[in-house]
Each structure stands twice: as structure tokens, then as C-alpha cells.
Ligand binder design. Structure first.
Ligand SMILES: C[S@@+](CC[C@H](N)C(=O)[O-])C[C@H]1O[C@@H](n2cnc3c(N)ncnc32)[C@H](O)[C@@H]1O
Length: 562
């Protein structure tokens, strides 16, 4: 039963619990003993006999190897059973970067055979063994070849959740000190392929919280929890939230350590399963507002252009459901029908019959000025009394570097430059925020300064935390904060965000080539706001630790019409 099956949980929030099994060519009984009602949702099972080695298969008189029955028949389960109940576990002995050539060649042959067999069975995913060391180019090359021809199946690369202190690094050793580095080099070698994801092996000691945070922006599909991280009868393990699965590793089960009170249970791991279920159920249910937003998570949208385009009535209806926004800028409408006159025209060209005391506007985009509030209010401040006030009185945009592999892959899937040079409105979810956000552009209203310009340039320097380990920056999350009047503010910058507001999702500025940044080092970023007679646009680039291309030069890919 999915862990999320309880009242108040959305189906999409469900997590499934699988169990890692030994090789057994009697698959129906593997399923019966592990997936009976109330037990696990799926098995992670070897598909081939682990003793099989291609080089040991006796050649026949013609010199070719006969095909051996090293796997069970595909007919023992129905296609839907294979695809919903079995994740294929690729043989652990394979080592494609071994010094020994026979082992290396056997490994490549076996990996390809096992994946081909799993594809034939229509499995949803296969678990690939962890790279044996940080040097894993041949393994990545072979997986990359497989990925080129793979239809729907996901490959979960098993990665131990390990990061030892920087001081402990031995330059000459190939030992894994930060497993994120292994994952990063593997996925770079495979060009960020969207079917390559991660199964994180949770060990008994966890790395620092800051370094754990990096995984939230990575394609983590499963957490493997070994039974030896569980201390029976005491307070137990913490279970990080993952994208779609929790797969306890049973390979190290020590039945002696299971308390006698568990012996009557019909599955030796039932108590572990119950405990993970208990931890999961203890989590707060998704708040109502988040439920409404679930379908938007990590879904890229083009920003609205309310100055250039007329918005649909449906869009306004959605705006008006946001009670927090309307309480913060609230006008009592009752009885105003006789004293309010609606004039339908562009505020930049309207001639007011008299000057106003207050100018109230709502022209803000996710990045503050990106719906051209500065240009519109410049036009409208002509009809504000010299001592009149504008609500909002100012607004500031913010950015922060993020790991966002899902968003990056979605942008990349368009296979063109335009999509990499566009800012997107998006409900950020599967991301890691790598450093606190910093202010970018501020606009004040009214603004009577003589040399007024709405063009801006800002250089920002983000310092990466020293204990986080390296990270990959896929782009920048953007936000705004507006001062409506005096100390009343409204905004979406995470540290000061107005609660329970859904009118504005964040904005995302992608990078064409993700930038790898070492812990403790500086990330220097440049943002420009430029304009000509018909449009406003942003340009952005990274200048340290390496120079990226300047994105969206002259607004060639993305602009907002005046
Ligand atoms: C984000 S909507 C806000 C609508 C409404 N005031 C609210 O708060 O729900 C911005 C509105 O400003 C209008 N708008 C944008 N630029 C304008 C301009 N230069 N003159 C007049 N209206 C403009 C758009 O048509 C749009 O209806």
C-alpha cells in the first residue's frame, strides 16, 4: 500500500516502498512473499543469475557461446506485473572500469544483456550498481550508449550518500569522499540524460545538512534504506523525502537483531516497513493551498505580458481567488458603485481631469518589474499630486543560484537557443537553493529624479557555504518584494514571503551550460535590464568561477513588449 494512502494526502504525494531481494528464478513466489496486501509495493530483483560470466560460458565447436538459461522466463509474470511490481537490479559484480580486461569486457556484455532483457520485460526502471570509484568513464560511456536507444525505462544509478570532510581527502586515492562528485561526473559524461536518475543509498551516518540540501535539486527517484541503519526498539532513522520511492535494502538483514516480538509477523521486514510508514504518516499533510499548486510544480510557464496583451477573464478570476493579496491592498468596495468611474485606456497616455492623492496599481510580475510596472507608472505619475503617494511605493527583484536538473532538462528538451534565453514562471519544487537570495533591481514610485532611467546593471557575488561540497548551478530562481506603503510589504522572496499567497510563482533564468561551483568559492553573476523603443529585456551571465555566454543579447530570444 503506498505510504501516502491516508486522508489529506494527495495521490501524487504517495511514496512507494519496495524491497531488495536475492536472485530467485521463481519470480511468482518472490512477488507472493513480498507483495501480499499490507507488504511492499514492488521488488528490486536481480534479473540474471549472479554466477553468470560471459567469458566462462563454454564455447561450442563453432566457437560461439550457446545461450544459457541464466534468467527466468518472461512468461512467468504478466507484462503488467513485470512493469508495476519489478525494478530490475543489474548485477553488482560488474565493473566497467576494472584494470582486468576480462572483467571489464564481461561487465560490458552483461550490462547490455541485462538492460536489453529488462526492456523486453517493459520494466519501469533498473537499478545500476554504484560506480566502484570516482573514475568511471567507461561505465558512463556504456550507460550513455544504452540511454541513446532506451524507450521509456529509467536507469537509477545507485549512489551511496557519503561526504567525508575535505581534510580527509587523499589526493592519490580513488576512494569516494563526496559521492555527489561521482554522480556529477557520471551525468555530465551522459549529457544530463533525462532517463538517468539516482537511487540514494542512505548510510548509518549522514553528511552535513548543508551538503544534503544539494540532492533536493537532483533527480533522486529512490532512497535505499539498509536495515542496519535502523536501531530496533529505539528512536529510529530519518527518512528523506524522495521523488517516487523508498526502497529498503534487505541484503544485510541480520535476523538475530530483529526483536523476538516481531517473529510472529509474516514478513521479516514488516516492522521496518511499518516504521517507515509511521514516519511518513507523521509528516504534516500538504496544506490546502499547496494541494491547489501540486499540478504546477516544476512546470515551466511563459510570463504574462499584461501591458502588451489583454488577459483572459479566467486569468483575472484566478488572481481574485488570492485572498491574501487582496487583504494586503484592500479597498472596501461596498457602496462605491456611484463614486468609481472606470476608464479603459493606457495609463501612459490618459489625461486626468485632476491630480490624484493616491495612485494604486498592481502591475507586478514574479520578478517585480518584469511586467513593466516602472514604464507604466512613469507614465501615470503625471496625474499624481506632487505630495501624492504611490501604492506600491517600491519593489525589488531578487535572485539566487539553484540546482534544478528537472527544469534544466525541460528547457534542454526544446533543443534550441531561444528556450535557454527565456525566463519562466514556475512553482519551484525539485530544486536546491545554493545560497541566500540577493537584491537585483529596485524601483521607487513616484520618482522625480532628473536622470531617471529604467535600465539597470547589477553584479552579484554569491559565496557558497564551505561545508556543502561542490554543486551544479542550472540557473537562477527569481523573486520580488514590494513595499506597498510604509512598513506594509507583499512579496515572494522566500525569507520574507507573504504567507498563503499563490498569485505569483517564482521566475527561473536558465543557464545554457550549467556551472560547477566548489564549496566555499564565489559565484559572480551579472544581470542587466535593457530597453529600446518597443521592448524591455534582461541579459544575464556568470563571470566566475568561469565565464558563461551572455544570455539573451539584445533581447533576441525573450523580451517584454512596451
Ligand atoms: C496583474 S493585472 C492586475 C489586475 C487587478 N488590478 C488585480 O489586482 O487583480 C495588471 C492589469 O493592469 C493592466 N495594465 C497593464 N499596463 C497598463 C497600462 N499601461 N495602462 C492601463 N492598464 C494597464 C492590465 O491590462 C491588467 O489588467
Amino acid at each position: 500500500m503506498p505510504l501516502g494512502d491516508k486522508q489529506g494526502w494527495e495521490k501524487s504525494e504517495s511514496r512507494y516502498c519496495g524491497v531488495e531481494t536475492e536472485f530467485n528464478d521463481d519470480m511468482p513466489s518472490v512477488l507472493t512473499s513480498n507483495l501480499s496486501p499490507g507488504f511492499f509495493d514492488f521488488v528490486v530483483a536481480p534479473l540474471m543469475n549472479p554466477t553468470y560470466r560471459p567469458s566462462l560460458v563454454a564455447k561450442d565447436a563453432s566457437g560461439s557461446s550457446p545461450v544459457l538459461p541464466f534468467a527466468s522466463s518472461d512468461l512467468v509474470l504478466s507484462p503488467s506485473q513485470w512493469s508495476t511490481h519489478v525494478v530490475g537490479k543489474i548485477s553488482c559484480w560488474i565493473d566497467l572500469d576494472a584494470e582486468d580486461e576480462t572483467l571489464r569486457v564481461d561487465s560490458e556484455t552483461t550490462l547490455k544483456q541485462e538492460i536489453a532483457w529488462a526492456s523486453h520485460l517493459s520494466l519501469q526502471a533498473c537499478l545500476l550498481p554504484s560506480p566502484k570509484s570516482t573514475s568511471c568513464a567507461n561505465y558512463a560511456r556504456c550507460v550513455n550508449q544504452i540511454l541513446q536507444g532506451l524507450h521509456n525505462m529509467q536507469l537509477w544509478l545507485r549512489i551511496p550518500l557519503v561526504k567525508t570532510d575535505e581534510d580527509a581527502v587523499d589526493e592519490n586515492s580513488k576512494k569516494i569522499v563526496d559521492s555527489w562528485e561521482v554522480w556529477n561526473s557520471f551525468r555530465l559524461l551522459c549529457e544530463h540524460h533525462s532517463q538517468l536518475s539516482i537511487a540514494l543509498d542512505i548510510m548509518s551516518s549522514l553528511p552535513s545538512i548543508t551538503s544534503l540540501g544539494r540532492w533536493f535539486g537532483e533527480p533522486v527517484r529512490a532512497a535505499m534504506i539498509s536495515t542496519d541503519v535502523v536501531i530496533c526498539g529505539k528512536s529510529l532513522l530519518s527518512v528523506p523525502k524522495t521523488e517516487s520511492g523508498l526502497a529498503p535494502n534487505t541484503s544485510n538483514v541480520d535476523n538475530q537483531s530483529v526483536p523476538s516480538s516481531f517473529n510472529h509477523l509474516s514478513h521479516p521486514l514488516k516492522s521496518y516497513l511499518n516504521y517507515i510508514g509511521f514516519l511518513f504518516q507523521k509528516m504534516d499533510p500538504v496544506p490546502e493551498q499547496e494541494l491547489f499548486e501540486l499540478g504546477y510544480r516544476d512546470f515551466l510557464q511563459s510570463p504574462l505580458q499584461p501591458l502588451m496583451d489583454n488577459l483572459e477573464a479566467q486569468t483575472y478570476e484566478t488572481f481574485e481567488k488570492d485572498s491574501m493579496k487582496y487583504i494586503q491592498s484592500l479597498v472596501k468596495l461596498e457602496g462605491w458603485e456611484d463614486i468609481v468611474t472606470i476608464i479603459s485606456c493606457d495609463m501612459r497616455h490618459w489625461n486626468a481631469p485632476e491630480e490624484a492623492d493616491i495612485l494604486v496599481s498592481e502591475l507586478l510580475g514574479s520578478f517585480g518589474d518584469n511586467e513593466l510596472s516602472p514604464e507604466c507608472l512613469d507614465g501615470a505619475q503625471r496625474f499624481l499630486k506632487r505630495d501624492g503617494i504611490s501604492i506600491p511605493s517600491s519593489y525589488t527583484s531578487f535572485i539566487q543560484p539553484v540546482t534544478a536538473s528537472k527544469l534544466y532538462n525541460d528547457v534542454k528538451s526544446h533543443k534550441d537557443l531561444v528556450h535557454f534565453e527565456t525566463a519562466y514562471v514556475v512553482k519551484l519544487h525539485n530544486i536546491a537553493r545554493l545560497a541566500p537570495s540577493q537584491p537585483v533591481f529596485t524601483f521607487n514610485h513616484p520618482d522625480y529624479s532628473a536622470k531617471k532611467s529604467n535600465e539597470r546593471y547589477k553584479k552579484l557575488c554569491f559565496k557558497m557555504p564551505s561545508d556543502a561540497g561542490s554543486a551544479l548551478v542550472h540557473g537562477f530562481a527569481g523573486y520580488f518584494d514590494a513595499t506597498l506603503y510604509k512598513d506594509v510589504h507583499l512579496g515572494i522572496e522566500p525569507s520574507t514571503a507573504t504567507p498563503n499567497m499563490f498569485s505569483w510563482f517564482s521566475i527561473f533564468f536558465p543557464l545554457r551550460t550549467p556551472v560547477c561551483i566548489q564549496s566555499g568559492s564565489d559565484l559572480e553573476v551579472n544581470f542587466w535590464r535593457s530597453s529600446d523603443s518597443s521592448k524591455v529585456w534582461y541579459e544575464w551571465c556568470v563571470t566566475s568561477p568561469c565565464a558563461s555566454a551572455i544570455h539573451n543579447s539584445n533581447g533576441r530570444s525573450y523580451w517584454v513588449g512596451l
